[in-house]
Design a protein around this ligand. Structure first.
Ligand SMILES: [Zn+2]
Ligand SMILES: [Zn+2]
Length: 351
């Protein structure tokens, strides 16, 4: 497509989200321009929009949001080995330094000098991908497997986060698992557990609607948590994956696993130190491990989405054009009305 300018979804501060016209970015050596088709709206995008910050990362300059990006190769930079123009691709959002001890140990997701698309963690901020065109290093552009629908591929980034969390748990085949939180990440954790051969999967949430999505992607039982006693303390699961980002969810995990069980913390908790039921961790000999972003999982997740092993489709609840960005963000912020909301950057003339 010929463009004289691009649209970009930009957070300027708390409550100040704008769709702006920007210059068309041009790839330099080693870079590729991707014509974006879909961008998923993530919890972190919602935080920048509503609070001007995610945890400790505060907006200090306007930030193009978005890190869940798929589209087509549009242009390669000078001398760049790139995929043929028009190839459908997913973008890896992580830039790692490649030289620190974490990168050296094969843990690029905990790189000491990492950058992530659409993040205010660094100065200057790393601008994101909710825009008509995104320029990234060529090695961070992955071709989609033959036949994988671009819309479904838009789940590849959050599904990789979920896949990594399941990998942190080791061999889950036949295991009884508790997942707290049935938002997009919790539901993708359920789908990834299914793909990895888990046994019973119990999912909790405070809302009814997300639990229906959890069932659709493979939960064997669901529990609505709230004021009523939920009976989860006696569940004695082998493993729990905390996906709600709520301290109460972490507590449910600690008491919901059996003695000697494993708790994987995935949902980012509010900033600062969170109290944990540490004595229960000690006396019940639990293991508590974290899970943050992902590294090499993206290619495997694209294949699993393509061959049907990862039954993630029910997670996409709405697809709205960029012209309705405000509505899309409001919708994404209401867990009773939405799961994963995608923005569609199709040319308005052809949409
Ligand atoms: Zn995300
Ligand atoms: Zn590094």
């Amino acid at each position: 497509m010929n463009m004289s300018s691009i649209r970009a979804v930009v957070a300027h501060g708390a409550g100040d989200l704008r769709v702006e016209q920007r210059e068309v970015p041009v790839p330099g050596p080693g870079e590729v321009a991707v014509e974006v088709r879909y961008g998923g709206i993530c919890g972190s995008d919602l935080h920048y929009w509503r609070h001007g910050a995610v945890g400790e990362f505060r907006l200090r300059e306007p930030l193009v949001l978005g890190h869940e990006i798929v589209g087509h190769v549009r242009q390669a930079g000078p001398g760049t080995q790139a995929l043929p123009l028009g190839t459908p691709v997913a973008v890896h959002p992580l830039a790692s330094c490649g030289t620190c001890r974490q990168c050296g140990a094969g843990r690029r997701n905990t790189c000491l000098d990492a950058g992530y698309l659409g993040s205010a963690a660094r100065d200057p901020h790393v601008q994101g991908g909710l825009a008509d065109v995104l320029v990234v290093p060529a090695e961070r552009v992955l071709p989609l497997p033959e036949g994988l629908d671009l819309r479904l591929a838009a789940l590849a980034e959050p599904a990789s986060v979920a896949w990594h969390a399941v990998r942190q748990a080791g061999d889950v085949r036949g295991k009884r698992v508790l997942v707290t939180g049935a938002g997009p990440i919790g539901c993708l954790v359920v789908a990834a557990l299914r793909a990895a051969g888990a046994g019973e999967i119990t999912v909790t949430d405070v809302h009814e609607e997300p639990l229906a999505v959890a069932r659709a992607v493979g939960a064997t039982s669901v529990v609505r948590v709230g004021s009523e006693p939920d009976g989860l303390d006696g569940l004695a699961a082998d493993l729990a994956i905390e996906s709600s980002g709520n301290p109460a969810g972490l507590r449910t995990c600690v008491y919901g696993v059996d003695r000697g069980g494993l708790v994987v913390g995935l949902g980012l908790l509010p900033p600062g130190d969170t109290p944990v039921a540490a004595n229960a961790v000690i006396t019940r000999e639990l293991r508590l491990v974290g899970s943050f972003r992902f590294d090499t999982e993206l290619g495997e997740v694209l294949r699993a989405l393509s061959d049907g092993r990862l039954p993630a489709d029910p997670v996409i609840s709405s697809v709205l054009p960029v012209s309705r960005t405000d509505e899309a963000f409001r919708l994404a912020a209401e867990p009773a009305r939405s799961c994963k909301v995608l923005l569609d950057f199709a040319d308005p003339a052809t949409a």
